[in-house]
Design a protein around this ligand. Structure first.
Ligand SMILES: [Mg+2]
Length: 226
């Protein structure tokens, strides 16, 4: 049995940094629009740009710049653009902060074969995996552009893993849990305290939900995996 882990907001904090950065971004543009208007505009621009840029901080930064140009109707200054670039740099430079209990859980599961599967900027994620100190815990680490059914199929196939021998654990239902279940594997949902709008899912699902990664070993033991 192979256990796959998502990284952002499953092993380490991520979305809380984006949301704090977004509050600062909204204050930079406050003379042109209120916070909900800026938030809506940024989200719309990020979704429109996703097929061009993919996920991650660099894509987010370019979309912040485009949003500033749009809401200011071209009046935002180069100095303001520099402040937006600083927000992006701060997100890229943010130290990796593991969620509570991650090291203990990985210790407890060390006799299982563990994988890390994350999406986002290739270079940023490589650097976070390196500085997390967790790299050696994983048999394989994969950084992918999307987390959809074809991607999981490709990654599992690449490593010779049958979907029924695979469990994916993560904070996003649409990215970590549902595509793996669709493929015939198992998914475990571990919600993070904040969720990016793009990763929200309101529909029905039957995946188990645990409140903390520290509940994973006992769930796996109920499944007679560990
Ligand atoms: Mg995640």
């Amino acid at each position: 049995m192979i256990i796959g882990f998502d990284a952002d907001d499953t092993l380490w904090h991520n979305e809380d940094g984006f949301q704090a950065s977004q509050r600062e971004f909204e204050s930079l543009l406050a003379e042109w629009a209120n916070a909900p208007e800026i938030e809506d505009q940024l989200f719309e621009i990020e979704m429109r740009n996703m097929p061009r840029y993919g996920y991650g901080v660099k894509a987010h930064t370019l979309s912040m710049i485009e949003t500033a140009i749009s809401v200011s109707e071209g009046q935002a200054s180069a100095a303001l653009m520099a402040e937006i670039l600083d927000l992006g740099h701060a997100l890229l430079d943010r130290p990796v902060e593991l969620l509570d209990g991650v090291v203990e859980v990985l210790d407890e599961l060390a006799d299982l074969t563990l994988m890390l599967i994350t999406k986002g900027d290739l270079y940023h994620q490589l650097s976070r995996i390196d500085s997390s100190g967790l790299k050696d815990r994983f048999w394989q680490t994969e950084i992918v552009a999307h987390k959809d059914v074809p991607t999981y199929k490709r990654v599992l196939g690449l490593h010779g893993i049958e979907p029924e021998h695979f469990v994916m654990v993560g904070n996003s239902l649409p990215s970590d849990v549902l595509p793996v279940i669709e493929l015939g594997g198992r998914g475990v949902h571990v919600p993070y305290h904040v969720t990016w709008s793009h990763e929200q899912h309101e529909g029905h699902h039957e995946a188990p939900v645990i409140q903390s990664l520290t509940d994973l070993p006992s769930l796996l033991s109920d499944w007679e995996i560990h």
